[in-house]
Design a protein around this ligand. Structure first.
Ligand code: NAP
Length: 484
């Protein structure tokens, strides 16, 4: 059979979009376009610039497998360094020049065997394949608190941090106690005059220090890349065994160890018994995404910090009014209230072969076969899509495995085996039923509210081990797909 050339549209120039461009070229596919709605690459790391931002996946694991970085400054790299890393890799692999910045895709429709894409400006182009590399935690969740619009100070979401607003010596409020709020709290407490953290639900906190890599270590990684590879392999194994595989089995010994560590952290770090009880979660550790911080408890006990646990009644022009009647007067209010984790590539209007659009397919909730593809959406693949291993793994590793799988499907078309490939509805339904059943054994289902849960309260993330994910991604099963 004759091989045919194919064209690919990549939507998004974040971690997985850059990865896709590099790997497509490596696979001999030169005809691709990267659409990016912003004016800079980097995705999450471009958008999240709040004080204290760092990745809680170890730096040498949170790197492309093909672009190790001996220069990481810390065991858990600061956000700006990660952003610089992606910019450097994109330059090094010469894909940065291929990004069409400020071009938001608003519509993708499968017509006559090809994907027709339309940008916000109304420009249209056709491609054989689409790879949606649009990220997971991308759409800020703005709380519906009465009076928010009337606040007279400065107010912004953590992913839209306004660095023009002065913070030094001012009264700052933070709504939320997730990973983001905790990092901001530790970073700001010594700078501001008064810090109020509005906690709706207490969180378990893993006291993980973040040491620097000294010059000798960096030189060793520079001169001996095999040492860096060994470190990465060790971290990957440790991370999987001690954490990622533990959370999918709520009764595992590792899970109990995590719980004990978090409990000891609370008991040993918080002196005042009344504050300690207000910081004590009523759910199991890691039910919500485990928060990693070596110093949040220390920060919240500073004289200028206050943990506010009375519910928020409304926002007033001067500050936050809590249900006990107190007005917490503020100059700045930071909404560290998380993201709408079920949006994925929406609001793009994606219309499949059957004329049905994604919003209607996902009317109940997002679903996809092995997180990558959707019935009747041929030649359309998602990276870090629904039901994937999100939250407890390096999303870079996840995206690399998913892309390698998608490239094999693309190869079915390039080799002439078929023109269109999409998962069958039956197989997709079966997968969804199995993963829903397995989700009940995970720690995320042990009784708490979190962004892992869908509208039914069932965890949406990959509910099995990472090894199982790796196996699933090794090779597509032709029996699972419809070919046309
Ligand atoms: P998040 O974990 O979803 O936390 C949102 C926080 O806002 C929660 O404390 C939530 O309270 C609170 N909240 C939301 N709506 C509220 C309302 N109307 N009134 C009062 N409180 C409200 O969001 P995030 O902290 O941005 O983190 C999201 C994810 O990003 C993390 O789980 C993690 O996967 C990733 N992340 C990682 C890092 C890192 O690598 N270190 C850093 C930041 C983020 P409830 O708990 O009561 O819902």
């Amino acid at each position: 059979m004759e091989r045919r050339d194919v064209s690919v549209a990549i939507i998004g120039a974040g971690m997985s979009g850059i990865l896709t461009a590099i790997k497509l070229r490596e696979a001999g596919i030169e005809d691709f376009t990267i659409y990016e709605k912003a004016d800079r690459l980097g995705g999450t790391w471009r958008e999240n610039t709040y004080p204290g931002i760092a990745c809680d996946v170890p730096s040498h694991l949170y790197s492309y497998s093909f672009a190790p970085n001996p220069e990481w400054s810390h065991h858990f790299a600061p956000g700006a360094e990660i952003q610089a890393y992606f910019e450097r890799v994109a330059r090094q692999y010469e894909v940065d020049g291929l990004i069409r910045f400020n071009q938001e895709i608003v519509r993708c429709a499968f017509l006559g065997g090809r994907w027709q894409l339309e940008t916000e400006r109304g420009e249209r182009s056709e491609f054989d394949f689409v790879i949606a590399a649009t990220g997971v935690l991308h759409h800020p969740n703005l709380p519906e608190i009465p009076g928010l619009e009337g606040f007279e100070g400065s107010c912004f979401h953590s992913a839209r941090f306004d660095h023009d607003v002065p913070l030094r010596g001012r009264r700052v409020g933070i709504i939320g106690t997730g990973s983001t709020a905790v990092q901001i709290t530790s970073a700001l407490v010594d700078e501001v005059a008064d810090l109020r953290v509005f906690q709706r639900t207490a969180q378990w906190i893993m006291p993980q220090e973040n040491p620097v890599y000294d010059e000798a270590e960096k030189a060793a990684y520079r001169d001996h890349p095999e040492q860096m590879q060994r470190l990465r392999d060790d971290l990957s194994r440790l991370f999987s065994e001690a954490f990622s595989n533990a959370v999918v089995d709520a009764d595992s010994p590792q899970m109990h160890l995590i719980e004990e560590t978090c409990r000891a952290n609370l008991e040993q770090s918080v002196a005042d018994p009344e504050l300690r009880e207000r910081l004590r979660p009523d759910h199991r550790a890691a039910c919500k995404r485990l928060v990693i911080s070596p110093d949040f408890y220390q920060a919240i006990q500073r004289p200028n910090a206050e943990l506010v646990t009375d519910g928020i009644e409304r926002i007033e022009p001067l500050g936050v009014r809590t249900r006990d009647g107190r007005l917490h007067e503020l100059d700045v209010l930071i909404l560290a209230t998380g993201f709408q984790a079920d949006r994925f590539m929406r609001p793009i209007e994606v219309v499949g072969r059957d004329g049905e659009c994604l919003d209607s397919k996902w009317a109940d909730r997002p679903a996809a076969y092995l997180s990558i593809s959707i019935p009747e959406m041929p030649n359309f693949f998602m990276l870090n899509g629904p039901n994937g291993p999100v939250g407890n793994f390096s999303l870079i590793e996840v995206a690399e495995l998913q892309l390698a799988y998608a490239l094999q499907l693309i190869d079915w078309v390039r080799s002439g085996r078929c023109k269109e490939v999409s998962p069958s509805a039956d197989v997709t339904e079966r997968f969804d039923a199995e993963r829903t059943e397995a989700a009940r054994n995970t720690v995320w289902a042990t009784g708490c509210r979190s962004w892992y849960l869908d509208d039914r309260g069932i965890p949406a993330a990959w509910p099995w081990t990472f090894d199982r994910f790796r196996e699933a991604m090794a090779q597509p099963d032709p029996a699972a797909f419809e070919m046309a």
